[in-house]
Design a protein around this ligand. Structure first.
Ligand code: DAH
Length: 340
């Protein structure tokens, strides 16, 4: 019994002296490990004379219980102390202004494309997505440009190594796809998307750019409808006082063909640097769908007519924001992109 008493005393003194968690764990191994002193003391009950066994056993268990509790208390206290130390040493000044997270945004081309899409959606135009990899037939021939037609020179083309397969040079071949899909029903769609041209890259021309094509096909679709649609579009996008001017032009897939100018955003027609003194800015090509194109789409040109237009979206954004170099759009320079 006196052995037990001195064991308890020694263990408690040593526990109190343990300076950190490692020392505490060592202590625990020394007393409670497989060869621990407590275990040995409990086992010793067999050597005690039978008359004292019960008292010895009870006392050994009491000490075991008491030391276990003391250990757990000491360990918890040590954890508290460590936490307090950590809080002190890693102290954080929450009054410092935070670093603002950089918030992403839509690319200016995506945003403007969506604005334009929304304007046409309000006028009842649906969006038709057409492929970017086309064949010569659809990109040129069915649009009334047979092989060797001189008008093909207007579109310098990326050809693939597969004969007749190319990257579309404009969104107009989508007209053929939608007409063949919808014929004989009437059509009112826009066809937005990327186009590709094998061109020298300059401030005004890129090898890739986005167009929005428009197509309306039905009975008695007229040039007046085309004009009204274009004027409504220009006023929604550029402001309610805009006026447009129509010039005659030539495209193989429209007859008659027109080009549409809008009064200059900067000088409102007086003549300035942006409009090169003319007072007008070119915004799109358009016209009445050529009878041959209607026929290629499956429609009967004697009963059906249509209008079409096509515009370069980057050119429109450039006009709107006074951007003087088309190469900014795909250069991924945040100094440019974060302005929109
Ligand atoms: N596809 C023409 C181009 O890329 C633009 C165009 C002109 C589209 C007249 C049309 C149109 O639908 O009627 O230059």
């Amino acid at each position: 019994m006196s052995d037990l008493a001195s064991l308890e005393q020694r263990a408690l003194t040593q526990l109190t002296a343990s300076a950190d968690e490692a020392a505490l764990r060592d202590w625990h191994t020394q007393y409670f490990g497989k060869q621990g002193e407590i275990l040995l003391a409990v086992k010793k009950v067999g050597e005690v004379p039978p008359a004292e066994r019960r008292a010895y056993g009870q006392e050994a268990n009491r000490i075991k219980e008491c030391l276990t509790q003391a250990y757990e208390k000491a360990l918890a206290a040590e954890h508290e102390k460590k936490l307090a130390r950590d809080l002190q040493s890693d102290a954080l000044d929450v009054t410092l202004p935070g670093r603002p997270a950089r918030v992403g945004r839509l690319h200016v081309a995506t945003r403007d494309m969506r604005r334009i899409t929304a304007i046409f959606a309000d006028m009842g135009f649906q969006v038709y997505r057409s492929r970017e990899v086309e064949d010569d037939l659809t990109n040129f021939e069915l649009l009334n440009m047979p092989p060797h037609h001189p008008a093909r020179d207007m579109w310098d083309t990326f050809h693939t190594t597969t004969g007749g397969v190319l990257l579309r040079t404009h969104t107009s071949p989508g007209q053929i796809h939608i007409m063949r899909e919808c014929c004989p029903k009437p059509i009112r769609v826009i066809l937005p998307g990327m186009c590709y041209r094998y061109e020298a890259i300059t401030t005004r021309s890129e090898i890739m750019f986005q167009q929005v094509e428009g197509l309306a096909v039905g009975e008695k679709v007229s040039m007046t409808d085309l004009k009204g649609t274009i004027i409504a579009f220009a006023r929604r996008l550029f402001g309610k006082d805009r006026t447009v001017r129509i010039r005659s032009s030539y495209f193989p897939f429209t007859e008659p063909s027109i080009e549409v100018d809008m009064d200059c955003l900067v000088c409102a027609g007086k003549g300035c640097g942006l409009c090169k003194g003319t007072g007008w800015l070119e915004i799109m090509g358009a016209g009445m769908v050529h009878p041959i194109v209607l026929k290629n789409g499956g429609y009967d040109p004697s009963r059906t007519s249509g209008f079409a237009f096509g515009m370069g979206i980057q050119r429109i954004s450039m006009l709107q924001y006074g951007i003087d170099d088309i190469r900014y759009f795909w250069a991924n320079d945040l100094r440019f992109l974060s302005q929109f």
